[in-house]
Design a binder for this molecule. Structure first.
Ligand SMILES: [Zn+2]
Length: 792
């Protein structure tokens, strides 16, 4: 079975592709029944249907290719609950030779544009071979805009189109800028913001907030001079207090009219304030000089509160992002993470674990509340932390991660990484709309024999319980529906399931799982993407179970579970848990003679899994003590939203060797791969390292690459650079590219990830590189595993 090919059709990766019918048997599989879904994966051939989906009247599933259709009586039988549903009149022409796209066997995923909310009809992405169902759909167009936002200046936008750039009100962006950054940093940031604003669709709404010890909200509706409303940074204000202070109270609802707000200029369509917001951005100045021995007074938490209240007060319902740009920790007000006195250093992992981080828990609690608020209001929090110091990412993690916000950790706003990331977020699609979506929900419908346990990823449980929801919760559980503030075409969620024995699933029969992803497209229209998948029940011990095991997916899922555990347990307990699971796994799926470790074998589709676990347990996701709490939070958040391929690179980086001996080849992630006359290209997702062997480095220094007689050397140097450029170019956030020579200090980025097959403890000489570590090598690890597995 080619799991990658299947993923390209379904957007799904399953740890097990055949499921046992009993609960005990499924628990014995050690790795849970789970699916990694990329809800908005880009497909080559995705039918975009301009009518509403047909929904089963009993279970809420959407009509799909697995439904049994009785054409003469125009009835479809729901494959999930067997309810008979009749087709509406718009399907009158349906017949064996005239079937709608959603019944095409090859379309396991289709996308619906609901009711054309507030928009022109976008072009279809592909020409559909079947009957054009949209014309016969009698549902008609829904009301132009469901937004309750109707400040007088905005209501005009409701009515008119803005030249191909989307009708109605667009999404809103509140830029929250840290004025404590240095002069140069602020200038670099200002340049980028000006560029972004200049390129926004005209119907996008913008707001600007600048903070240091105070929070300043810019009035962008001015005609004479700049105006700001100021909040004191120390105060933990409620939304209604902030709304009061800004004077943007929603006016009383009048009969038959939508609720409006008083006219103000804090959030305006770009088309109305392009000049003013540019002037306001230009006006941002580096705030008062530092007191010696002190951190800048910075009230990041209050600034975020004000931004959220501002959007709340304006009742923006079309999707919004609060984008925070900061270069240091919050040192005052709610959510502060460090004191201003530099004698008190910012918390480390050890401080947090031993209770010596005085602000940590309070700050986390504050941001947990922010997170709940964002979910209720469908807002996204993005965090651009550009600083040499920590800024408090770990405290701010919940609202950023759960809203699906963008997170980047880099050293400077002047960096290429920052520029590329920010511009990437504001990419437009082919039709000129922002390639961005908002207000996402994912609903799962299952066959009765399947129960839903939960999800791990950038999502929040909506606690919608029905008969298919399990009592057992994994991650965000107790629900069949999750909320996500925003996702990209790469965002990947892991869902966990369980067998429901009471329904007595029969071996050999099929079961179905349907994912219904509802979201607001960049053009502001609502879409529903529906993926329907089928797999088979098998009896316990059936060969189909092993054949359907996807070890790469299993590795990624165990990594998410392990990261989830680090939130509750100390790293060494997580490692112990991973080891215990791996030993059970090996004794279940290995072939061996009991008590004889030398007889132990794993078949090919299981054999890589122990390696993944080896690298996972010593990765920065679990072994956190070599990273700062901010870095750990960043790494873990990235893993939690990445698909199978990316996750595996994070867990077990790739290493390629470039030499004169032939084309590049993959080599072992082992210290024995280091050699003086080769170049290594290492990719750990976050870092891409080009490592020049000592001889190569010397030839480079001597300028051989510029000598026409050494053309092949020039080419050898070029090849890994081109490949690295490609890797860096296609990944967001952009990885850090490091070029280093063997034995240089920068080489540590590579050395830290290599298997220490030769350490200062082993008796190796021979000029080989030696890694100073007490870690066990992969070989020793596997030997231990075999010994323990055969004990049964
Ligand atoms: Zn049904």
């Amino acid at each position: 079975m080619d799991f990658v090919e299947l993923e390209a059709i379904e957007g799904l990766r399953w740890s097990w592709n055949s499921w046992p019918v009993s609960k005990t048997e499924s628990n014995d599989l050690v790795i849970p029944l789970s699916i990694m879904q990329t809800p908005l994966m880009k497909f080559n051939d995705l039918p975009l249907l301009s009518y509403d989906p047909l929904i089963c009247s009993r279970c809420g599933s959407v009509l799909n290719p697995y439904a049994r259709v009785d054409y003469p009586s125009r009835i479809w039988v729901c494959p999930f609950c067997y309810q008979k549903n009749s087709f509406p009149r718009s399907y009158a022409e349906i017949g064996e030779n005239n079937i709608p796209a959603e019944l095409f066997p090859t379309y396991s995923t289709v996308e619906y544009q609901l009711g054309h909310q507030g928009l022109m009809t976008p072009k279809r992405v592909n020409s559909n071979p079947v009957h054009n169902w949209e014309t016969s759909n009698g549902l008609g167009l829904a009301k132009l805009n469901s937004s309750s936002f109707s400040s007088s200046s905005l209501s005009s936008l409701d009515q008119r189109g803005v030249g191909g750039r989307g009708l109605g009100i667009g999404p809103s962006f509140v830029f929250v800028v840290d004025a404590c950054s240095s002069e140069d940093e602020i200038q670099a940031l200002k340049n980028e913001l000006l560029l972004i604003v200049a390129q926004l669709p005209e119907n996008a709404l913008v707001g600007l907030i600048v903070f240091d010890a105070m929070v300043r909200v810019y009035d962008l509706g001015f005609t004479e001079c700049l105006q700001v409303v100021v909040f004191h940074g120390e105060r933990d204000l409620s939304s209604s207090q902030i709304i009061d202070h800004l004077g943007i109270h929603p006016t009383k609802q009048q009969l038959g009219k939508t609720q409006g707000v008083q006219k103000h200029g804090f959030i305006l369509p770009v088309s109305e304030c392009e000049f003013n917001i540019a002037t306001a951005i230009e006006d941002i100045r580096h705030s008062s000089p530092l007191k010696p021995g002190h951190r800048s007074p910075r009230c990041t938490g209050t600034a975020i509160l004000v931004a959220i209240a501002l959007l709340e007060g304006c009742s923006v319902r079309t999707g919004s992002r609060v984008m925070v740009f900061t270069s240091g920790p919050a040192t005052m007000g709610p959510g502060m993470v460090a004191s201003q006195d530099l004698n008190h250093s910012i918390r480390t992992h050890r401080d947090i674990n031993t209770g010596h981080a005085p602000f940590y828990w309070k700050s986390c609690e504050f941001y947990k509340q922010i997170s709940e608020k964002l979910t209720d209001l469908s807002m996204v929090l993005d965090l651009f932390a550009c600083s040499l110091d920590q800024v408090g990412v770990t405290e701010m993690r919940a609202p950023v991660e759960k809203s699906g916000g963008f997170i980047m950790l880099t050293e400077s706003f002047e960096s290429d990484q920052f520029r590329k990331c920010l511009r990437h977020i504001f990419t437009r699609d082919q039709e000129g709309f922002l390639d961005m979506c908002f207000d996402v929900t994912i609903e799962i419908v299952t066959t009765k024999g399947v129960k839903i346990c939960g999800a791990i990823g950038p999502c929040v449980s909506l606690r919608k319980k029905n008969a298919s929801v399990s009592e057992k919760e994994v991650g965000e559980g107790g629900t069949n529906t999750w909320k996500l503030g925003t996702i990209t075409d790469k965002t990947c969620i892991t869902f966990f399931f369980q067998v429901n024995e009471e329904q007595k699933p029969q071996p050999g029969t099929a079961f179905f799982i349907q994912f219904i992803t509802r979201y607001r497209h960049g053009n502001m229209g609502i879409r529903k993407r529906v993926t329907s998948a089928a797999r088979r029940w098998v009896s316990g011990g059936a060969p189909e179970i092993a054949a359907g095991f996807d070890q790469e997916t299993a590795g990624s899922i165990m990594a998410r579970l392990a990261v989830h555990e680090t939130g509750k347990n100390f790293p060494r307990e997580v490692v112990r848990w991973l080891d215990k699971e791996l030993i059970s796994f090996a004794s279940k799926f290995g072939d061996y003679i009991p008590e004889d470790p030398s007889s132990f074998r794993l078949s090919t589709n299981f054999s890589l899994y122990p390696q993944f676990m080896y690298h996972l347990r010593r990765s920065q996701f679990i072994d956190v003590f070599n990273s700062s709490p901010d870095e750990t939070a960043f790494f873990q958040m990235m893993l939690n939203r990445e698909g199978v391929v990316g996750s595996l690179i994070m867990i077990q980086p790739t290493l390629f060797q470039y030499s004169f001996d032939g084309p590049p080849i993959p080599v072992l992630l082992d210290v024995c791969s280091l050699s003086p006359d080769v170049i290594l290209l290492f990719d750990s997702y976050f870092y891409v390292v080009i490592h020049y062997g000592s001889k190569i480095a010397q030839w480079k220094k001597l300028g051989y690459d510029r000598d026409p007689n050494h053309e092949s050397f020039r080419k050898l140097l070029e090849a890994p650079e081109l490949e690295a450029e490609q890797l860096v170019g296609q990944r967001i956030p952009v990885p850090k590219l490091i070029k280093c020579e063997q034995h240089s200090s920068q080489a540590r980025f590579l050395l830290a990830k290599l298997n220490p097959s030769v350490t200062h403890k082993s008796s190796y000489v021979d000029g080989t590189e030696v890694i100073m570590t007490d870690d066990v090598s992969l070989q020793v690890f596997i030997e231990h595993l075999q010994e323990l597995a055969v004990q049964g």
